[in-house]
Design a binder for this molecule. Structure first.
Ligand SMILES: [Zn+2]
Length: 353
């Protein structure tokens, strides 16, 4: 068994728009950082699978797929934020196929962990519409591939991007075989992801949203992971965890106002790695979503890869120089109540000594 496998999308630089923050440079920086740390040469890079039509057609509306193909041919943007190029459709399929290849390796036990770098990113792409820089939903396609093609029955998607993963939520809204959990800044684009959005039908309470107010940072994320996400995973017992990993919650990123450090990104990944070692044979994969500052992409990727491998790592950037706000505390408390996670040990923390 390999300790780790990667996917990197060859030719991704053809998906490009001058001046747009979702640039090929983002992945060049991550690749460089992984090479500098020696990890890129030490572990295999998988070629993409060909996404099965049945999986594509389940996750995305066939009409949308036809529209997307045409939009790319003609360079039409999907919305004011979401550009396409003639190569974008093929690259989006490649990104999905690469995510599937890593998911399959981790699922089958060929690799313990995986880190896919799909581009274009995916988590805003809904069943019948691309948006927010995203064309096809890579994490949803990887999860659906494991369910349809490999017999998975219970998967968890944990979305750590700054923004709510509205597309992933939409795709699995009525599904009980995928538990979607997102922590994100609110208010912020795309405007969804409130605490009371929890799925419907068979998917009732199989969607969990933890919106954090601007100014939240390392302590807020530690609380969300320890008091909310890990206990929810305890209850659901997924067979594998897929992480939508965006580094735009980092305090240096201009797209949001959260104050997360790269070091705590690593802690979050380590927490999920420990959980997966204990409960699902270590099956954990990361898929890159957002993140728009070169230094934080490099540091975040290194910190999270170290966590996947159980290796120590020092954050060269450090925590935000601005103090973290405290308005997240009642939000986390309300979420614990909402999800019935008020365990005795947490309530009985001594107030003195
Ligand atoms: Zn984002």
């Amino acid at each position: 068994m390999e300790d780790l496998v990667f996917f990197y999308p060859e030719g991704q630089e053809a998906h490009y728009l001058e001046g747009h923050p979702e640039s090929p440079e983002r992945l060049f920086v991550i690749l460089q950082a992984l090479k500098q740390s020696g990890w890129w040469e030490a572990y295999p890079h998988l070629p993409p699978l060909e996404p099965p039509r049945s999986v594509l057609g389940q996750v995305h509306d066939r009409e949308y797929l036809g529209y997307l193909r045409k939009a790319c041919q003609h360079h039409y943007p999907l919305d004011e934020d979401t550009y396409t190029t003639p190569e974008s459709y093929g690259l989006a399929l490649q990104a999905a196929g690469g995510s599937m290849a890593v998911a399959q390796a981790v699922w089958s036990g060929a690799a313990r962990r995986g880190y896919a770098l799909p581009r274009p990113p995916g988590h805003h792409a809904a069943h019948s519409a691309g948006m927010g820089f995203c064309l096809l939903n890579n994490v949803a396609l990887a999860a659906e591939f494991l369910i349809q093609e490999r017999g998975a029955r219970r998967l968890a998607i944990v979305d750590l991007d700054l923004h709510h993963g509205n597309g992933t939520q939409d795709i699995f809204w009525q599904r009980e075989d995928v538990f979607f959990i997102s922590v994100h800044q609110s208010p912020l684009y795309p405007g969804t992801g409130s605490l009371d959005e929890t799925g419907a039908g068979a998917g009732h309470r199989k969607t969990a949203n933890f919106p954090l107010p601007p100014g939240s940072g390392d302590q807020a994320y530690r609380a969300v992971m320890g008091e909310l996400i890990l206990p929810l995973l305890d209850g659901y017992q997924p067979q594998m965890i897929l992480v939508s990993l965006g580094f735009d919650a980092h305090w240096m990123d201009p797209l949001g106002h959260l104050r997360l450090s790269a070091g705590v990104y690593g802690e979050l990944a380590a927490g999920l790695a420990e959980w997966s070692d204990r409960w699902c044979e270590g099956r954990l994969m990361l898929l890159q979503e957002g993140g728009y500052v070169p230094e934080t992409l490099a540091a975040g990727a290194q910190g999270c890869t170290a966590a996947l491998l159980g290796q120590p790592w020092n954050d060269p950037i450090g925590p935000s120089p601005r103090p973290e706000g405290i308005s997240w505390r009642p939000v986390v408390q309300a979420a614990r109540q909402f999800w019935n996670l008020n365990s005795q040990e947490l309530d009985e923390i001594p107030s003195t000594g």
